[in-house]
Design a binder for this molecule. Structure first.
Ligand code: KG4
Ligand code: ZN
Length: 358
């Protein structure tokens, strides 16, 4: 069984082909560089760039896999949530292939791609507890099966990756900010600047990063002669210490709420064995190590996709597509891409039933 997955929901144009033996036969990925000068992704530029490159990305992937298009069994595309211009490009390419090849089209929820990816590379079984941390989302979920999620908590303001990106922007570290913050933090002192841990006592599994970001802003402003952040004069050492303090505080917030989620998970899903982290921020080694310790302490097995599959890629869409296909979950060609598509509204549907209704 061969499934092609296409990803184009943000600033990566990507494709991959996987099979049911969890083999990646071919993959191809282009990270758009055009956005760097703007310090964030510009939707219109992203959509145009996807349009310019999608054909060659798919062709390259198919060639690498050493197969013919006719050998594919199904074509999956990241069909939301995301920047709609880009999503439309990937979905239209997938539908065109599906129509021309007379093969099923599968609309994959981008978040489900992140959520299921660890099952391709690690031995993770349903149900599992998942921390999904990306540039646009931050959720704690129980993954019960394909399209079957229970959401325990979410951010009430910024996503975790968004907070990394905003702090990096304040420090002029470039975009995307996460990898740069991590690099700086590795040589910084996390204890020099005290930072808050928002929502610690809220009694639920929700998260908030906006107060943390404001606290960082105030520290940087204190280094400016006129209080304006853009005039701040800092040594590299100061910036590194801020990055370390921020990374530690953000990780503390996540692990604190996960402890709560773990006790709910253990109580309600005693058969569950795994704690999984996924999404772009899951590439952060400090976070991964902290979660591993947390999982060990609670006798859970910790898993995360390899770092290169944490940020957006075609492999995760191909794999989620394959899991859907195995369950007979395909979509009709009138499926409408969805700029918003909550995971817990992603209920399984019968084969041929058309687009998911939420
Ligand atoms: O999953 P992803 O590629 O795109 C979305 O679906 O949003 O995640 C991108 C996010 C960005 O905010 C980026 O700064 C963050 O993941 N990120 C990291 C690291 N690598 C990427 N955050 C923290 N540490 C990293 N090493
Ligand atoms: Zn993503």
């Amino acid at each position: 069984m061969l499934v092609l997955g296409i990803e184009s929901s943000c600033d990566e144009t990507a494709a991959a082909i996987v099979n049911e033996k969890r083999e990646i036969l071919g993959q191809s990925l282009l990270s758009q560089e055009e956005h760097k000068v703007f310090g964030g992704v510009v939707p219109e530029i992203a959509a145009r760039s996807h349009l310019d490159h999608i054909d060659e990305i798919i062709e390259h992937c198919v060639n690498k896999a050493g197969i013919k298009l006719e050998d594919l069994d199904a074509i999956a595309a990241s069909s939301g949530p995301g920047l709609i211009g880009g999503v439309v490009v990937g979905v239209m390419a997938a539908k065109a292939l599906a129509l021309a090849l007379n093969k099923p089209f599968i609309a994959v929820n981008h978040l489900e791609g992140h959520a299921l990816c660890a099952r391709l590379t690690e031995d993770v079984t349903y149900p599992y507890l998942l921390l999904l941390v990306s540039g646009g989302h931050c959720q704690i979920l129980i993954v019960k099966g394909v399209g079957d999620f229970e959401r325990l908590g979410t951010t009430i303001d910024d996503a975790a990756g968004e907070a990394f990106d905003k702090v990096a922007k304040m420090l002029n570290l470039g975009y995307p900010g996460g990898p740069m913050i991590e690099k700086m933090a590795s040589v910084g002192n996390p204890d020099r600047f005290p930072l808050p841990r928002p929502l610690q006592n809220s009694g639920d599994c929700n998260l908030s990063f906006s107060g943390l970001k404001t606290a960082v802003r105030k520290i940087i402003e204190s280094y400016s002669p006129d209080g304006k952040i853009e005039h701040a004069i800092m040594r590299k050492r100061d910036a590194a210490d801020i990055c370390a303090a921020f990374q530690t505080a953000a990780t503390d917030c996540l692990t604190h709420k996960l402890k709560k989620a773990i006790s709910y998970f253990k109580q309600n899903y005693p058969e569950g064995k795994d704690l999984v982290v996924s999404g772009g921020v899951a590439a952060n080694t400090f976070l991964r190590e902290s979660l591993k310790k947390l999982a060990d302490k609670h006798q859970l097995q910790f898993s995360a996709p390899p770092i290169k599959y944490c940020t957006d890629n075609g492999v995760m869409i191909a794999w989620a597509g394959l899991e859907r296909f195995q369950k007979g979950l395909t979509d009709t060609l009138d499926f409408k891409p969805r700029p918003r598509w909550p995971l817990d509204a992603n209920a399984p549907k019968a084969a041929g039933a058309g687009g998911v209704k939420a």
